[in-house]
Design a protein around this ligand. Sequence first.
Ligand SMILES: *Cc1c(COP(=O)(O)O)cnc(C)c1O
Length: 498
Amino acid sequence: MPTPHQMQLLRQLPQVEELLHHPAIEAIASIMPRPLVRDQVRKSVDGIRSAILTNKLSSFDDDDIAANVLRGLLKLEQPSLKRVINASGVIVHTNLGRSVLADSAAEAVSEVARGYSTLEYNVNTQSRGSRHDHYEQLICTLTGAEAAIAVNNNAAAVLMVLHEFARGRKVVISRGELVEIGGSFRVPDIMALSGAEMVEVGTTNKTHPHDYANAVDTDTAMLVKVHPSNYRMTGFTESVDAATLATLAQSENAKRRQIARAQGIPGGESPLLVYEDLGSGALVDFTIDGFHETTVSEVLREGADLVSFSCDKLLGGPQAGIIVGSKAAIDRLKRNPYARAMRLDKLTIAALESTLRLYLDEDIARKEIPTVRMLSESAEDTRERAEKIANAIAHAVPDGAVTVSVEPDTARAGGGALPMCDIDTYVAAVSFKRGSLEECEHAFVAERDVPVIPRIHGDRMLLDARTVQDDSEIAEIAHAFTEYFAQHGSKPQPRNDA
Ligand SMILES: *Cc1c(COP(=O)(O)O)cnc(C)c1O
């Protein structure tokens, strides 16, 4: 039951129609769509009603409600998906959209978006073409694979491979590789969804070749390896590589052929396949901090029949997942109904084709694909950029408002790649003499058209030069400081004991 005071406030709540005649709201309704304004008025009245009922509001007037409506409408005018400046030092940051596209990839997207395209049209034969044609040859050239298909993301790729080749049959996997990657991707769940029967072998820390060998029977469709991604085991551990699994599969397949021949159905056997979910899918060598991320061609050379990987992690392209393997296997996947349900749209294909093209010359890939560039750049080069950031900040703030220094620090690859690797970097470290770190961080993240995402360490704000893209982003960071101190930072930093 509302208290008498709450009842009195509730009676004071104006009708929606009444509020629409408030001068401030009438003014904005003349320039904004009326249904939007009416909706926002209703939301604001509802918001105030629940604030009254939860004792968060003890008095208000119509002007307060009008101001609330205006704030809500201004928010609606803002796009929700915005560019941000990533000064966090996490290169493949899933919450910030993973990979920044290369300029040529972004241009390709824009070009294809603005007109009709040859998405499924073969200009040579002037007849129907396949959307796979735009990227398949490039992937094969870059990885040494015979065939390839790209789908919506690597999670989709894993689901599709298991569904096509292991549905209703057994899949052997090490207990050390039953991982969860980023919340909603858990290997056992994807197995269950695909209809494959999971056979776990080995232990959490050690799995041996004979563990796999002992588990294989005539109903086993696949030996699966999953890259542990954002998780690494050290110490008393052992796992089996794709090469060893391929050898095991070869002898099993020789047996199956023999049995099929003995039964008079040669070719009727279904082979045991080796599939590796590689996660990141590096196309070039990244050896950082002594740790090497296995490339797609390395796994194929080891003898894996199928390999899948993400396109927006170390590869540095759009969100997509690629599966490579034999032509016969990929042809089967192209006919799987999931291939249609999880197919790529033309914008992604444009970005993917264009990104892959840059890899044809590794030097160009390392220069022009931002993710690859950020991972490859020397610490010295990031120091130069950190100094520029620090200088720009020093010039942008009132005298004595902050102290800024350039310091060595550690950046991260992110995206479940090279998980434990310390990447040497330089940061501009900012201590606040006026205003406050918390208030400034909030202003940077929540109140800007282009949010600036820093890293916080103790009582300092760190701006990591490794993930800041260029001079224009440096200028935007400096401007964010200017605006913060113009709007918020006039008060001296309160003393801790105050
Ligand atoms: C990241 C990752 C996935 C999921 O890939 P998405 O492209 O994000 O769908 C699957 N498996 C492994 C090993 C990964 O690292």
